[in-house]
Write a protein that binds this ligand. Structure first.
Ligand code: HEC
Ligand code: HEC
Ligand code: HEC
Ligand code: HEC
Ligand code: HEC
Length: 448
């Protein structure tokens, strides 16, 4: 009997580390793996030709090497963590989502992208196709469980490959899988990314439409050269970096309260904004960087143009949602060892325009783009899935307005990174390009 117990104990002790090794996720998975355990994306290329090419075009293959990621990681996050070691785990954690193999192998900070190390693989095929499940109740902070090996998890049962084994893993097809990297809580316990949580509260979760159906749509195709045709999930992960994905994501409508006005009247215009295309709020994800703004102009019968500022609604925190000439982002100086940094213009868009955003605030209550340094969130004035917001523009006709037709144009634009920050940190221009989302027009007649 004793021998049996002893044998069981030995067995338990010998497999316990293996079980434990398999379980770590999130922060505790740092340095628990070796690069050699994972194949390079090029190993998949010879058979999964299309999927490979799609992935090289997607942000997934650039999550570590992309210019703005490199700048924010090295010049702000790593720099800040060197001045204040409290932020070291958060800076290491960037890699848990942006270059998971570097994180799992403890290669942090990884070599700069120019060194061409394996960190450059970013979110590679193997990162996703070795995920078994996630640890905990909520997907957040890279708490996926990585289990590398000959077995690749997929979304179909019983498919056969000469290069590897495959197994259906239903977890890959859930929004929770995406949420392991698309939800993030920072050192202050603030949800600085919550795309999967926004989705979960919205209509698409109730209808059983996960992220995949919009970002990995299925089409009749071959997933590998030698495979049969079937419905294949595409791998473009098109999002904020695809102007075509952003185009039309919000529909705009505009009408005046009165169509015919006297020359000394006041025009009241209503603009409706409907999020008919996204499964989450817009903007989502890197909300600290992103803005969506509404610019309304009038053109009178002589062709003269006027800019109309939005009407105030009077809710708490509204000042952050109306473009103004104020400074913010002083904490960039803290990260870069220049505490007297005066800050940068907050918005970089025409004063008076409505901005749909959620401000992130540093410990001193100033707006920040450093998500790891965010102590509180300001008002959430983004547009939820299938939500409609109405904005009003009240405009007293100028004294010299000519009689005839006045046409109005509402233009909705999106920017991945507010321009003053992009310019200051020398982020290449495509990150702050103005992406048109939609427009609407209407008119009134002015009589004597
Ligand atoms: C020698 C060719 C070959 C190579 C190399 C290869 N695969 Fe495959 N793979 C296949 C074939 C064939 C299938 C089965 C396709 C089918 O029948 O639909 C497959 C299936 C899969 C599936 C399962 C798909 C599903 O529908 O569930 C995944 C996941 C996968 N491969 C990932 C990879 C990854 C990751 C790599 C690189 C590390 C890779 N493969 C390398 C040929 C290959
Ligand atoms: C961000 C995670 C992620 C990355 C990176 C990724 N995949 Fe996938 N892949 C998935 C998910 C999720 C599915 C299942 C999609 C679904 O359920 O609709 C999938 C499905 C597949 C399939 C089966 C498609 C089908 O419908 O038959 C193959 C094959 C595959 N991936 C190969 C690859 C290869 C090769 C790469 C790298 C070039 C790659 N994947 C990169 C997440 C990823
Ligand atoms: C291992 C972490 C990880 C997983 C899992 C993951 N993502 Fe991502 N995803 C990222 C990172 C990191 C980025 C940011 C890339 C960048 O811009 O640097 C990103 C970016 C994106 C983008 C934005 C692309 C753009 O053009 O701006 C979309 C869309 C996206 N992911 C969808 C998905 C979906 C859908 C899933 C689940 C099927 C998923 N992701 C799973 C890490 C992940
Ligand atoms: C009904 C379709 C739909 C669903 C479902 C959906 N998305 Fe999106 N997603 C979009 C559209 C459209 C955009 C482009 C507009 C925008 O940037 O928000 C987008 C944009 C994004 C972006 C870039 C956002 C930004 O502003 O940087 C990310 C990241 C993303 N989606 C991830 C996800 C994840 C993760 C899920 C699931 C939890 C998901 N999406 C579900 C349609 C969808
Ligand atoms: C929990 C996963 C996760 C962690 C941790 C994380 N990120 Fe990200 N990051 C993402 C995802 C997902 C996106 C894409 C969101 C979107 O498209 O809006 C993203 C987007 C970004 C972007 C914007 C990329 C672009 O091209 O617009 C930058 C820059 C960035 N992250 C830097 C960092 C830095 C620096 C850290 C560490 C302080 C960090 N991230 C930590 C998941 C993560």
């Amino acid at each position: 009997m004793k021998k049996v117990i002893f044998a069981l104990l030995v067995l338990f002790l010998s497999i316990a580390p293996l079980v434990a090794q398999e379980l770590p996720a999130g922060d505790e998975a740092l340095e628990t793996k070796k690069y050699e355990q994972y194949e390079k994306p090029e190993a998949c290329k010879s058979c999964h030709v299309d999927i490979y090419q799609q992935w090289t075009q997607a942000m997934m293959s650039q999550a570590y090497t992309h210019h703005w990621d490199e700048i924010e990681y090295f010049e702000l996050a790593v720099a800040h963590s060197q001045l204040d070691p409290k932020y070291k785990p958060a800076a290491d954690g960037c890699n848990g989502c942006h270059t998971p193999l570097a994180f799992l192998t403890g290669n942090v900070p990884p070599p700069r992208p120019e060194k061409n190390s394996r960190a450059n693989e970013s979110v590679s095929c193997e990162v996703c196709h070795t995920v078994k499940h996630f640890k905990g109740d909520t997907p957040v902070n890279f708490n996926y469980i990585s289990s590398p090996g000959r077995l690749k998890y997929g979304n179909k049962p019983g498919v056969v490959s000469p290069h590897h084994d495959t197994e259906l893993n239903p977890f890959l097809s859930t929004a929770e899988f995406c949420g392991t990297c698309h939800n993030e809580k920072n050192p202050f316990g603030i949800w600085v990314k919550s795309t999967q949580l926004e989705w979960k509260e919205g209509p698409y979760a109730k209808e059983g439409v996960p992220c995949h159906r919009c970002h990995m749509p299925q089409a009749r195709d071959r997933n590998a050269k030698m495979a049969e045709e079937s419905m294949v999930s595409q791998h473009l992960f098109h999002g904020a970096h695809d102007p075509g994905k952003v185009a039309g994501a919000i529909e705009l409508r505009m009408h005046p309260e009165e169509r015919e006005l006297r020359f000394d009247d006041t025009v009241v215009l209503k603009v409706q904004l409907f999020n008919g295309k996204a499964g989450h709020k817009i903007p989502t994800g890197s909300v600290e960087d992103r803005i969506l703004w509404l610019h309304v102009t009038a053109t009178d019968a002589n062709g003269k143009e006027y800019h109309l500022p939005v009407d105030k609604k009077g809710f708490a925190g509204e000042e952050y949602t109306i473009a103004a000439d104020v400074l913010a982002y002083q904490d960039i100086g803290i990260a870069q060892g220049n505490p007297n940094f005066p800050g940068l213009p907050r918005d970089g868009v025409p004063v008076g325009d409505r901005i749909f955003r959620m401000p992130y605030l540093d410990p001193e209550g100033r707006m920040t783009i450093m998500q790891w340094f965010t102590k509180t969130l300001g008002v959430d004035y983004r547009i939820g899935p299938r939500e409609t917001k109405i904005e009003t523009f009240t405009w007293k006709l100028p004294a010299d307005i000519p009689v005839g037709k006045i046409t109005f144009k509402a233009q909705l634009n999106y920017q991945k990174l507010v321009k003053p920050v992009a310019d200051y940190l020398k982020v290449p221009a495509d990150e702050s390009e103005i992406v048109p989302v939609n427009f609407a027009t209407t008119w009134i007649e002015v009589y004597e």
